[in-house]
Write a protein that binds this ligand. Sequence first.
Ligand SMILES: [Zn+2]
Length: 164
Amino acid sequence: MRLTREQAVEAITREMRGASCLMCALLAGKPMVLAQTEHAVALLPRYGLVRGHAIVATRAHRTRFDEVETAAWQSVSRLALEVARITERELAPARCYVASLGTARDDIPMTCSHLHQHVVPVHDADARPAEVLTWAHGVERLSDDDGRLLLEQLGPAVRAALNG
Ligand SMILES: [Zn+2]
């Protein structure tokens, strides 16, 4: 189901129940986990840019590159790579973007400063990153049923690739 940015922000704010970090709230809830390592978790967000959008985050709350452990960021990157490989294979998008949107000083508002990467399958061949990596065009709400389908389609292969 497609929501406007405002509808998604309102729903997420409600689901965070006052938590200060969206990603920590997600990880502490019942995330749809594709795969995980000691330091990183790959999940399907309830509110994504498109169907099949995955997020890979550090397990610990880290908001700056100068505080994240090298092993943790390597683990995030490795996991994002495997998710992207399986996403390309299974969902056959026109493009598959992997993006780390970086950090921000504490006084700069950001949706989520907890370090993470996005894996975004793009089915519109003409879409450019700036058009895709924004909520300006709406947000895809992943249903429980579709989430389960995607977890079954992508999860085992990502976990096998990690262990292979
Ligand atoms: Zn956090």
